[in-house]
Design a protein around this ligand. Structure first.
Ligand code: NAD
Ligand code: TYD
Length: 341
């Protein structure tokens, strides 16, 4: 039997891919897409679903408990993604991150508790574990690695993650937690490294590589992440966290060289800029638990093909990047969602 899935942050990068994934792969389910439309929310990413009866958009801030209480009774389950998501912004202004990612998550959990939501999945991040050293590749994050977040963003996500755990422990809510590594794919806001660098290279601008570029990230295609979130929703054990990763560690320098190659530029386009404050060295995920318990494996993340397709998507969708960077997409909102405030 189908269910109504409340997705928060469904106008953002992962959220819009997740809404599309659910509408395409789970024909019995409906989606309520709840998003506050910050600079990072762009419903143009779901333009083909404007008239889809199984997709309802609601313009709402997750810190607005009264409005959440109007929407929550319509949902069976919740996938909570809405968040401030960019580490660099959190370094400049931590308070917005704490308010949205911790207090906003508390508002979501409280409303879900009041309305007896059957299952609530909190989409966390591998950044809750802090960082791994470069010189010992045998070390990976497992679900029992102590949480040791380093950036204000990571601390705010850890707060939400721990609150979700506490609502299971204290109130018996059916909670799932996912901790995924860096995602790549279409519809990512061009402040994150891959779309930023691709857009710069297309426009003939240099790419700002932080520090020496030796920092490592473990890249996963966003649709593999979406599939994993749905597995955790359906079959994850109540109260448990699941790591999600693609076994695809790359240094930023290696990534940058691949992007330069795919965009037909050369290494003179690299601009070494001062390092990010407190820059985490290496993230690497052990995803054994979700593979063994829930049968999930990444199927769309293999490089170089998956990266090539992503770069091609940005080349083919310059207008999308342009609209999201300039705020021009709000015109699309005004034309198609006039009743949403
Ligand atoms: P994003 O910045 O692209 O999207 C965030 C969305 O949340 C936007 O649509 C924004 O409008 C919405 N939002 C922000 N504040 C809100 C508020 N107060 N009320 C309602 N909506 C609000 O982020 P993303 O990269 O798609 O990340 C989605 C989630 O996945 C986040 O929770 C993030 O921590 C987590 N995550 C991201 C990655 C990654 O690589 N991008 C990896 C692991 C986990
Ligand atoms: P980012 O996409 O911001 O994701 P996260 O900080 O969540 O991992 O950054 C990915 C890596 O790329 C990170 O090690 C920082 C680096 N980076 C740059 O070198 N230059 C940039 O302009 C940006 C945005 C990131």
């Amino acid at each position: 039997m189908g269910q109504t899935i409340l997705v928060t942050g469904g106008a953002g990068f992962i959220g819009s891919n997740l809404v599309r994934y659910i509408l395409e792969h789970r024909p019995d389910d409906r989606v309520i897409n709840l998003d506050g439309l910050t600079y990072a929310g762009n419903l143009e990413s779901l333009a083909e679903f404007v008239d889809e009866p199984r997709h309802e958009f609601v313009h709402c801030d997750i810190n607005d408990g009264a409005k959440l209480d109007e929407i929550m009774p319509k949902a069976d389950v919740v996938l909570h993604l809405a968040a401030e998501s960019h580490v660099d912004r959190s370094i400049h202004d931590p308070s917005l991150f704490l308010n949205t990612n911790i207090i906003g998550t508390q508002c979501m959990l409280d409303s879900a508790k009041r309305h007896n939501i059957k299952r609530f999945v909190y989409v966390s991040t591998d950044e809750v574990y802090g960082e791994l050293p470069l010189d010992d590749k045998s070390q990976l994050f497992t679900e029992s690695t102590p949480l040791a977040p380093n950036s204000p963003y990571a601390v705010s996500k850890t707060g939400g993650d721990m609150l979700a755990r506490a609502y299971h422990h204290t109130y018996g809510m059916n909670i799932g937690i996912t901790r995924c590594s860096n995602n790549f794919g279409p519809y990512q806001f061009p402040e994150k490294v891959i779309p930023l660098f691709v857009n710069n290279l297309i426009e003939g601008k240099k790419v700002p590589l932080y520090g020496d570029g030796r920092n490592i990230r473990d890249w996963l295609h966003v649709l593999d992440h979406c599939e994993a979130i749905c597995r955790v929703l359906d079959d994850g054990k109540p109260g448990e966290a699941y790591n999600i990763g693609g076994n695809n560690e790359r240094s930023n320098l290696e990534l940058t060289k691949m992007l330069i190659d795919l965009c037909g530029r050369d290494e003179t386009f690299i601009e070494h800029v001062p390092d990010r404050l407190g820059h985490d060295m290496r993230y690497a995920i052990d995803a054994t638990k979700i593979r063994d318990e829930l049968g999930w494996e990444p199927t769309r993340s293999a490089w170089p093909q998956a990266l090539e397709e992503t770069v091609q998507w940005y080349k083919d969708n310059l207008e999308w990047s342009d609209h999201v960077r300039t705020g021009e997409y709000r015109r699309f909102m005004d034309q198609n969602y006039t009743n949403q405030g």
